[in-house]
Design a protein around this ligand. Structure first.
Ligand SMILES: C[S@@+](CC[C@H](N)C(=O)[O-])C[C@H]1O[C@@H](n2cnc3c(N)ncnc32)[C@H](O)[C@@H]1O
Length: 245
């Protein structure tokens, strides 16, 4: 059980609007992550191992769509033995306010900085690592390839991009069963059927998942090689994409 304020956003008797990362979401975001993203902590740990193995001293790690900084703080803790700088980027001011507050609280403000930017115009040449967790799915599908190309161009040779996403399956039966298993995961963590349905509706127009193959293909087309899946749980997956040296 976590100590974060409980996510009750979809318990209200109203018709859901499209999901936005506003003050109300920020308040309950850590609880939402814990109860909505399977193996959230384990994915951060696995990603930290990859950053540890691939990156060089002095490298900067960018977390695009860093939200309230929870995962970036965890990355900096897991990688405290390495000389990395960490930069979180987001375009939600309430999220960044919370992220900065947390970095101060944990006395990490010398190592972690946060910046209000549109990630699709990412412009930080020489980046060693880029993390893009549960955020590419919110970028309009037609913008995704140019966005990934932009990240590729900003990474130094040998640098890595780590992407975690909700994914779909093009086989309707498998897709249905995976989503059903995911909804049971949420129910077991205290969300009601109605909350699950309302959240699904609110996300429908804004969260557009691709399949594993589509994500790998898009990363490959951008120039990354190799690209590989390093985590999979039903309708969630994480990918590593390496910029050739
Ligand atoms: C699901 S949250 C990310 C969760 C976070 N990466 C983690 O692992 O805890 C998506 C975040 O992406 C941000 N975002 C979406 N589109 C963006 C854009 N074009 N530029 C900057 N941030 C964006 C949202 O404000 C939100 O904070």
């Amino acid at each position: 059980m976590n100590n974060a304020p409980k996510d009750t956003l979809f318990q209200v008797e109203t018709i859901p609007e499209d999901f936005v990362f506003n003050e109300r979401v920020v308040e309950v975001f850590d609880d939402m992550l814990d109860r909505s993203i399977p193996f959230y902590r384990e994915v951060i740990e696995a990603s930290a191992r990859l950053l540890d193995n691939f990156l060089a001293p002095g490298d900067t790690v960018y977390d695009l769509g860093c939200a309230n900084g929870t995962s970036l703080l965890e990355f900096s803790r897991l990688l405290q033995h390495r000389e990395f700088a960490f930069v979180g980027i987001d375009n939600s001011m309430p999220m960044l306010d919370k992220a900065r507050l947390k970095a101060e609280l944990y006395r990490k403000q010398d190592r972690i900085s946060f910046s209000f930017e549109d990630i699709t115009t990412f412009d930080h040449p020489g980046a060693g690592g880029v993390i893009l967790n549960y955020t590419l799915q919110f970028i309009r599908p037609l913008q995704r390839e140019p966005f990934l190309t932009n990240i590729f161009n900003n990474l130094r040779p040998g640098g890595i991009l780590l992407v975690s996403e909700k994914v779909i399956n093009h086989d309707p039966r498998l897709n249905r069963e995976f989503i059903d298993i995911y909804h049971r995961f949420k129910k077991a963590r205290g969300y009601s059927e109605l909350e699950i349905a309302k959240k699904r509706e609110a996300l429908e127009n804004v969260l557009i998942p691709f399949s594993v193959a589509e994500n790998l293909d898009m990363l490959g087309k951008t120039g990354f090689a190799p690209v590989e899946t390093y985590f999979r749980w039903f309708n969630f997956a994480s990918f590593i994409a390496v910029k050739p040296s």
